[in-house]
Design a binder for this molecule. Structure first.
Ligand code: UDP
Length: 236
């Protein structure tokens, strides 16, 4: 595969938990910042969407009787907390960043403006998109797909704790088979839970490639960006 020139990296909030049961593990954050810095040094433009599942998810609140929309806004705020933490970790390592929020909060983040986001990327800044899509009933996977399409990224890179897409859960089934490359149709047919259907449909309709790789393996992000066959690739 060719080197990727502009990517959208999606990190889950849960990945920031590390060994802790809650919140943000500083060691994981620092490691991710190193990975992003090294990947950035290859010259690729990097935008990031980070989830909020380590802090709050709207559906979790709803199961306890909370209004779903209220809970979803709390989830979006959670993504802002993670985004601020990641921005801090990156800046401390000398990486220039901009945080853009889908919900206006001018004192801490720029409002999301597509043209401005692209300009930041062209100037070599890492752009973090916070507050998801800004709408309840969506996920940060959908925000990642939407923003990736808007900024015309070459691919969405989903950094997870597994090294790709398997035909069954590798953490449960030791004989699970990994796909190096798989078509979107096959993902649907086999009902593989790669991302939620809204996010998936956006990727399919706009034919944007999607890669799943292990973010905890050193230098993996830089390798994916340089076009090495790391993880699994969904093609259309
Ligand atoms: N959320 C939302 N709209 C969005 C993105 C996120 O309402 O566009 C809320 C939703 O409640 C979600 C939470 O923010 O559960 C955290 O995001 P997500 O669950 O996608 O985080 P991840 O699983 O990646 O940690």
């Amino acid at each position: 595969m060719q080197k990727l020139n502009r990517v959208l990296l999606k990190l889950s909030g849960e990945s920031l938990l590390g060994a802790q049961g809650h919140g943000i593990d500083g060691e994981v954050l620092s490691r991710y910042a190193d990975e992003i810095r090294e990947a950035k040094e290859t010259g690729t433009e990097i935008a990031i969407v980070i989830g909020g599942g380590n802090i709050f998810r709207g559906v979790r609140g709803a199961t306890q009787g909370m209004d779903r929309v209220q809970g979803d806004y709390m989830g979006m705020m959670a993504t802002m907390i993670n985004s601020l933490a990641l921005q801090d970790a990156l800046e401390r390592k000398g990486v220039h960043t901009r945080l853009m929020s889908a919900i206006r909060m001018e004192q801490i983040a720029e409002p999301y403006i597509r043209r401005r986001a692209i300009r930041h990327l062209e100037k070599g800044r890492v752009v973090i998109f916070g507050a998801g899509t800004g709408n309840p009933y969506f996920t940060t996977d959908t925000a990642a797909s939407l923003r990736a399409i808007e900024i015309e990224a070459d691919a969405i890179l989903k950094g997870t704790r597994v090294d790709g897409i398997y035909d069954s859960d590798p953490e449960i089934n030791p004989d699970a088979k990994k796909f190096e490359s798989i078509s979107g149709d096959e993902v649907l047919k086999l009902r593989l839970s790669v991302m939620d259907l809204t996010a998936f449909t956006l990727c399919r309709d706009n034919k944007i490639p999607f890669l799943v790789f292990d973010m905890n393996e050193r230098k993996n992000l830089a390798r994916v960006i340089s076009g090495e066959p790391v993880g699994s690739r969904v093609h259309w």
